[in-house]
Structure formats: structure tokens, C-alpha cells
Design a protein around this ligand. Structure first.
Ligand code: CA
Length: 430
């Protein structure tokens, strides 16, 4: 039986943010950044709750963390504190007898549509992985038709260190980047990309982290996850093709990464944890440091969608169309494995670090997590205006959505992760 809130919008079955979700985010109000949790069509101002005595009884560290302008301090406190705070906030918002705290809480709920959201944490390090075997296979096949996966893929969660400075919050325009592009036998030229792509990914924010030199065991890795968000790792494929060997992607990725503003707590996703996808017969078993307990539910049943709207569609009043749908459970490597691998050499992860899964693609047509993969079948994407797309054009908006659902349980939504492509700065084109 799902908990009900006295806030009516939170009980709508289609609502993204029911009482069971309570995702964390940071919004700006009066020039200040403040921590909030989303509920229905509102956001509860946690700093105001702390200042109005509504968090009385919580420990002093938690109270301080709720007054902070970013989520790092809360992330550092760990799972038990997150649980304690969520339980307390749930109590404030839960339907209850008259005379409860409702009259004191209600003025601290702000309309979600009116708020300016910002990056939720000071992100120290950002690591991008490559954990979808369906993505790796389709992309690999373009270059090596007979042998799409490199020999390390089934042993190592492949990753690279990304760029933090260009991570932006959903809604920020993305400028078409320039870079070195090499075509055929001609020498490379410095031009704006003509192969701009999105990558549908999920980001995991790290909680307490580990001390340098002390690995994180896979059995405790999920306890390190503060929560999940949506992430678009924008990519310039023509720049990537020329620069990526031998050290991996660089400027083809570092110009922008968009994340959704709301971080869905792992606790809200508990009912949607599932066993990781079984490895096909013949695949090697993961090495012991990457092997979860047999009954571990380390994957998450979360539906993910990509929507696209061209400028022409927007001007004609047409809604974005869904161009692919996948599921977070389809990954070859779980997020717990990514964490255990990342810290396996003693590398210290810190509160607010961001790990991304890599493009999430499913096995079937229609579940490709980027445009590059969609081209495998040779047909360009067709839009309702009659336009076609191989890659993104200026004015295109890309929108990700995600949710977990199950009969009898409330729908846990992620909100949206959007960005619109704006033309390259022509002055830089030379
Ligand atoms: Ca990526």
C-alpha cells in the first residue's frame, strides 16, 4: 500500500515525484542555492525546514547538511543518515490527522515549474564507463565487423576520466563544438562537427567514498551510491573518430555533459532492484573483486526514453517524439561493479563524484541509446515534419525521461534531462 501525502498532486498515479520518491536537488531562490526535495508539483525547501524547527530531533550533522548550498555534505554522511532524513521528511508530508505539521510545512513548498535548478553538487571527478554490451557491440561492428568487442570488454568495465567543468544542468543550451575533423585522405581541418550525437546514460553520485589505498568491496558498493540521475554525454562523432586512438575520447566529449537536476535516492529504487542480466553461456565469470553475492539485486528496472524535437517541429507546435526506449537493467556491468572496479586500485572516490554508465542500449531495434547506433540499419531517422536525421541539427532538442514502475507501487520518475543544440560560434571556425 503506497503512502499518501496531503499534497494532492503527489498522489496522482502519473506523478513523477510521489511521496515514495523524494529526489534531492538544488534550486536558486533570492540569489541563494538551497537544497530541496521534489514532491508532486512542488519542492520542499529543506533549509527553510531546518530554520523553522521542522527538522528538530535530527542530528546536528544532518541539520548542517540541509542548510548547505550543495548536496556534498549530505552525500558524505552515508546511507543511514540519508534514510533518517527521508523518513523524517516523509513524516512531514504524509497524510495524517488534522493538527499535524501540515500548516507549518505547506508554506515551505514551492512550485516546481517556477524554480531555477542548478547542479546539485560540487562534482570533483567525473568518470564515464562503457557498460552496455549492446552499445559496445553495435559501435564496434562499424569498425570491426567480424570482431566487434575488444578482448578486454568482458573482463574489465571500460571507462575514462571525463571533464567536470563542462557538466551543465538540464535546460542549458549546448553549442555545437568545433574540432579537428579528418575526412578520407585529406589532412584534418578545424571545423564545427557535422556528426553531433547524444548518449543516453544514467549518472550515479558517490556518497561517502573511500580513503586512498582502500578499495571498495563490491558487497558494499551500492551503499556508496547517493542516488541516480539522467545524463546526456553529448558526443561529436567525427572529432571522436580522429582523436580517440590511442588514449580514448577527449575533445569530442568534453564540450558538454547534461544532467537532470533531481537525484533519485537509491532507497526509492529498492522495490525495483533486480538481478543483473545473466551473462551468456561461454562468457567469462567476472573476477572475484567484481563478483556480487549470488542473491544480490544489483541491477535496476528503470525504463529510459529519448525524445527528439526539431526546431521545425517546435515552431509547428508538435510535441517531441520518442525515438528510443531502453532499460537500465540491460547493462553488462552493474553500477556496483563500476564502483568496485574504479576503487579496485585504491583510487579514492569522494562525495559528489559522478560516475556515468555509458550509453545504455538494449538488444533490440528501437533501444539504441545514441544516433550512431541507429545508423546501423542504414535508414535515417524520419521526423513527423518530413525532416530526416543522421545526426543532430542546430535547433534540435533532446529530452530524456526515465521511471520505475510496478503494479501496486507508485511510479518513481527521474524528471527530465534536456538540451537544445545551438549553432557553433562561427568566429571559432577556421
Ligand atoms: Ca559516454
Amino acid at each position: 500500500m503506497a503512502l499518501k501525502s496531503w499534497l494532492v498532486s503527489a498522489n496522482d498515479p502519473q506523478c513523477e515525484f510521489p511521496l515514495a520518491n523524494l529526489p534531492w536537488g538544488v534550486f536558486r531562490s533570492g540569489g541563494e542555492a538551497r537544497i530541496g526535495v521534489a514532491l508532486g508539483d512542488r519542492v520542499l525547501d529543506l533549509r527553510a525546514c531546518a530554520e523553522n524547527g521542522l527538522l528538530a530531533g535530527l542530528n546536528a550533522n544532518l541539520l548542517d547538511a540541509c542548510r548547505a548550498p550543495l548536496l556534498n555534505d549530505l552525500m558524505a554522511l552515508g546511507y543511514d543518515c540519508w534514510h533518517e532524513l527521508r523518513a523524517h521528511v516523509t513524516g512531514l508530508l504524509e497524510e495524517g490527522p488534522p493538527g499535524s505539521t501540515r500548516s507549518r510545512v505547506e508554506p515551505l513548498l514551492l512550485p516546481i515549474n517556477k524554480l531555477e535548478m542548478q547542479l546539485p553538487a560540487r562534482i570533483g571527478d567525473y568518470t564515464d564507463f562503457y557498460s552496455s554490451i549492446h552499445h559496445a557491440t553495435r559501435v564496434g561492428r562499424r569498425f570491426r565487423p567480424d570482431n566487434p568487442l575488444l578482448p578486454n570488454y568482458k573482463y574489465i568495465p571500460i571507462g575514462y576520466h571525463g571533464r567536470v567543468s563542462s557538466i551543465v544542468v538540464s535546460g542549458t543550451p549546448v553549442r555545437r563544438p568545433c574540432g579537428q575533423i579528418k575526412q578520407h585522405d585529406a589532412p584534418p581541418v578545424f571545423l564545427h562537427t557535422r556528426a553531433l550525437d547524444y548518449e543516453l546514460e544514467v549518472g550515479a553520485f558517490v556518497g561517502p567514498g573511500n580513503h586512498q589505498g582502500e578499495p571498495i568491496r563490491i558487497a558494499t558498493a551500492n551503499r556508496q551510491i547517493f542516488g541516480l540521475c539522467l545524463l546526456n554525454d553529448w558526443s561529436a562523432r567525427d572529432i571522436q573518430a580522429w582523436e580517440y586512438q590511442p588514449l580514448g575520447p577527449f575533445l569530442s566529449k568534453s564540450f558538454a555533459t547534461t544532467i537532470s537536476p533531481w537525484i533519485v535516492p537509491l532507497e526509492a529504487l529498492e522495490p525495483y532492484r533486480v538481478a543483473a542480466a545473466e551473462r551468456p553461456p561461454g562468457d567469462p565469470a567476472p573476477l572475484p573483486y567484481l563478483t556480487s553475492l549470488a542473491d544480490a539485486l544489483d541491477a535496476f528496472d528503470v525504463t529510459l526514453e529519448v525524445h527528439l524535437q526539431s526546431k521545425q517541429m517546435r515552431e509547428a507546435g508538435m510535441a517531441p517524439i520518442c525515438i528510443s526506449r531502453g532499460n537500465l537493467r540491460d547493462l553488462y556491468w552493474t553500477i556496483a561493479q563500476l564502483i568496485a572496479h574504479h576503487a579496485g586500485n585504491g583510487c579514492n572516490l569522494r562525495p559528489g563524484d559522478l560516475l556515468a554508465t555509458g550509453t545504455i542500449s538494449g538488444p533490440n531495434p528501437g533501444s539504441e541509446g545514441c544516433l550512431l547506433e541507429k545508423q546501423s540499419d542504414g535508414e535515417a531517422l524520419r521526423l513527423p515534419t518530413g525532416e530526416t536525421r543522421k545526426f543532430l541539427e542546430d535547433g534540435d532538442s533532446v529530452l530524456f525521461r526515465a521511471w520505475a514502475e510496478k503494479p501496486g507501487l507508485p511510479r518513481i520518475g527521474f524528471g527530465t534531462c534536456t538540451g537544445t543544440v545551438v549553432p557553433s560560434d562561427q568566429h571559432t571556425t577556421r
